[in-house]
Design a protein around this ligand. Structure first.
Ligand code: ARG
Length: 272
């Protein structure tokens, strides 16, 4: 099966101020040294890769004092040209929500919604051809799922996360095409797992090692799947399905609890 890539538009934030100075997920250890220069180099490689694959990359200016702003996926959710802003669970990241909304406002996006409920953008809202899959349990609230459904007018399917290492939906599941996903079955409650099994009976399933390498924190354009290079099992499974896995090394950004997808917010234009 030959897969077709669709060119995408992404928003990214250079990790100029990246560090691990607080801990809001189990991956973050402020006692461990972080090499900000290396983080920038690795992030630049990801950005160049997107450009080589034919995608557009827009940039938002990093704010001093917001070391996690590099995880652009958390900044908003954009569907059909409509921008749902983020509202962060933790005070350490609170300033990022308005900063991302300002970027959209000043770049010509007019259908904006400043959210009432806690939602951490595409960290917890993943968009398929028909639905928005929505994580809860650690960060985004069930109320934010209802808010997203009302704003986008798309069915939002709530999925409950149970493992604190996989605290955002995008650390446990990745959308591969309009109707295909890969996920870590151990990251969900039994009920949510049953929902995933019924919606995606042919999904690619990740084992514990690939999940721990952040293999599910991947970005697909329908053909190329950019993912951490350490997730070798997933890469093989994807190749078998006709995808082209492209491995990258974002080891420094993993120290903040994020990888490829966390650094990438997709800007989905108005429905054609
Ligand atoms: N340190 C950040 C946090 O805990 C990492 C966010 C990762 N982003 C993501 N989309 N999963 O909030």
């Amino acid at each position: 099966m030959t897969r077709t890539a669709r060119p995408r538009r992404y928003l990214m934030c250079r990790p100029t101020h990246f560090e691990v100075s607080y801990s809001i997920n189990p991956w973050m250890d402020p006692a461990k040294p972080v090499d900000t220069g290396l983080a920038i180099t690795q992030w630049e490689q990801l950005r160049s890769l997107y450009l080589e694959l034919g995608h557009e990359v827009e940039l938002i200016d990093p704010l001093p004092g917001c070391p996690d702003m590099v995880y652009a996926a958390n900044g908003a959710t954009v569907v059909d040209g409509k921008v749902l802003g983020a509202r962060f669970r933790n005070a350490e990241r609170a300033a990022e929500g308005p900063a991302y909304l300002d970027w959209f406002r000043s770049h010509g996006w007019s259908a904006l919604h400043d959210p009432e409920h806690v939602n951490e953008g595409e960290g917890d809202f993943l968009v398929t051809g028909s639905w928005v899959l929505a994580g809860k349990g650690f960060r985004s609230t069930p109320e934010s799922h209802a808010e997203a459904q009302e704003f986008f007018g798309r069915p939002v399917i709530g999925l409950e996360l149970v493992d604190e290492r996989y605290y955002h939906l995008d650390t446990a599941l990745a959308v591969l095409s309009e109707d295909e996903v890969m996920y870590n079955p151990r990251a969900f409650t039994p009920g949510s797992l049953a929902v995933l099994e019924s919606l995606f009976p042919d999904a690619v399933l990740a084992g514990p090692a690939d999940a721990a390498a952040f293999g599910l924190n991947a970005v697909s354009d329908g053909r190329h799947v950019v993912l951490p290079e350490a997730a070798a099992g997933l890469a093989a499974a994807l190749r078998e399905r006709g995808f082209e896995p492209v491995g990258v090394d974002l080891s420094e950004l993993l120290k903040g609890g994020g990888s490829v997808k966390c650094c990438t917010l997709e800007l989905r234009g108005p429905a054609a």
